[in-house]
Write a protein that binds this ligand. Structure first.
Ligand code: TYD
Ligand code: MG
Length: 451
């Protein structure tokens, strides 16, 4: 049977199309295209009359992500910002949310696209001053100091930006509500209105939300379910390193991590994280060990340092930085019971250097080796890299993406890898030392083979 030629028309501008599309390519209006029959009458199969349309007939180009051209942000977003989507960017005050989004707006408007910045926290003049310090400010970057959601929606309708940033969601209010801006009721009402506007206009909205250390009650957590994407921006304010993670993402992966460094001219992408984390390393110190870890899906090498001070039996304490204290407690117990090290009589200090934050199980074995090396005062070989998960039985377990980790280690000059027995072959020139117990790993890494 020959396929019937179908025709569609936009009820907004009258443009004719050969396929149904969520957004009219001619006038950019959303949900205005309807199917018509040969006589030009609306049919009931698709379009507005039934409200239903074949899933296969959508023009997918209108939902492709638009790159922001900030490499680390695009990595986390899975390519860029999806048109009509709403992203919540959360983080503690002062971490760099305004800077990141301003750089994003400048980058997107560099291509000529209109972007809009709703400045609720700073005056437009302050934003302009900051933008001026960050680079050239394109004319298509607009700013408005509007604190009511009605005003913002009108501005969005009038300017039709490709990307709009609300800085911050806690300063915006719906006038009919009596509660203060930032209250749960206000946050929800404001977000609902903005989500509707984004979908209708096809703009990508980025809402900035301040998180307090306690994850405050009226914090942006209450709107996470209303938005498409939730990003968290964090890091130690004492270090310049910033991590961008996605906690929820309707249009892409949630496993990627973006790494930035706060510099005097804004946030810069960290191009070679391993090199950065190993920059100040002094090989040969007892307690120092390099771990092949994962940041999202990227293998990253980080130095772990442990210091052990003998206090008295059962009087030891632990202090950690950049690692998970609970995993360290578990690893300590394994060293005590399965390797016979008197961990409990030491004050232990264990840290990941360079501001790195390690949470994945693949770092267990390196923690164990670092602590053992510190307690026994025996250094790990300078070209040794360690990777593996530790079980309570003292066994070394396999970890994901070991091959990629080994290649990253080789690239940075490591020639011996202490890894689980299930390891793939390493790069040519690398000695892969497969171990099945923590005791074997400690012996292999410190060159002290038990008799
Ligand atoms: P900001 O983006 O204002 O944080 P947030 O919006 O999350 O509250 O960042 C504020 C900090 O960043 C401030 O302490 C100054 C610092 N900063 C730089 O170090 N370099 C820069 O180029 C900029 C713009 C800010
Ligand atoms: Mg800010």
């Amino acid at each position: 049977m020959p396929r019937r030629r179908r025709s569609f028309v936009c009820r907004e501008c009258g443009a004719q199309h050969t396929a149904w599309t969520g957004r009219c390519p001619a006038c950019q209006a959303w949900a205005t295209v309807e199917e018509v029959d040969a006589g030009g009458t609306r049919t009931s199969v698709t379009g507005a009359m039934s409200g239903a349309a074949p899933l296969s007939s959508f023009d997918l180009d209108t939902t492709l992500p638009t790159p922001t051209d900030l490499q680390e942000l695009d990595r986390v977003l899975g390519g860029g910002l999806t048109p009509g989507s709403v992203t919540l960017l959360g983080g503690e005050p002062g971490i760099g949310k305004s800077t990141l989004t301003l750089q994003m707006a400048m980058s997107v408007s560099q291509r000529g696209a209109t972007t809009l910045l709703v400045a609720g926290e700073e005056s437009p003049a302050q934003v302009a001053a900051r933008a001026g310090r960050l680079g050239a400010v394109p004319d298509s970057l607009l700013v408005v100091d509007e604190l009511t959601v009605d005003g913002i929606v009108s501005t969005l309708e009038a300017t039709r930006p490709q990307v709009a940033i609300i800085d911050s969601i806690q300063t915006i209010s719906v006038e009919r509500l009596e509660s203060a801006p930032g209250s749960v009721a206000q946050l929800k009402a404001v977000t609902e209105r903005l989500v509707q506007a984004a979908k209708r206009l096809g703009s990508s909205l980025v809402l900035i939300g301040h998180l307090t250390k306690e994850g405050s009650l009226a914090g942006p957590k209450v709107i996470e379910h209303l938005v498409d994407t939730v990003l968290s921006f964090g890091g130690d304010r004492s270090s310049q390193l910033r991590y961008l993670r996605s906690l929820k993402h309707r249009y892409g992966p949630t496993s990627e991590v973006g790494l930035f460094e706060m510099a005097t001219d804004g946030l810069q992408a960290v191009d070679d994280p391993s090199e950065r984390f190993l920059a100040d390393r002094q090989p040969g110190l007892p307690g120092s060990v390099v771990v092949a870890s994962l940041e999202g899906r990227r293998p990253v090498l980080v130095e772990l340092q442990a210091l052990a001070i003998d206090v008295a039996p059962h009087r030891g304490s632990t202090t950690v930085q950049g690692i998970d204290g609970r995993r360290l407690a578990m690893v300590g117990a394994v060293l005590d019971r399965r390797v016979g090290l008197a961990v409990g009589r030491h004050d232990l200090f264990v840290s990941a250097t360079g501001g790195a934050k390690l949470g994945e199980p693949g770092t267990d074995l390196a923690m164990a080796v670092a602590v053992a090396s510190a307690i026994e005062d025996r250094p790990v070989g300078p070209e040794v890299v360690v990777c593996g998960e530790v079980g309570l039985g003292g066994e070394v377990r396999s970890v994901p993406q070991l091959e990629a980790r080994l290649h990253e280690a080789y690239r940075l000059g490591f020639r011996t890898a202490v890894v689980p027995a299930s390891a793939p072959e390493g790069p040519t020139g690398m000695t892969v030392s497969m171990v099945s117990t923590v005791a074997d790993a400690v012996a292999a890494a410190t060159g002290s083979h038990a008799t």
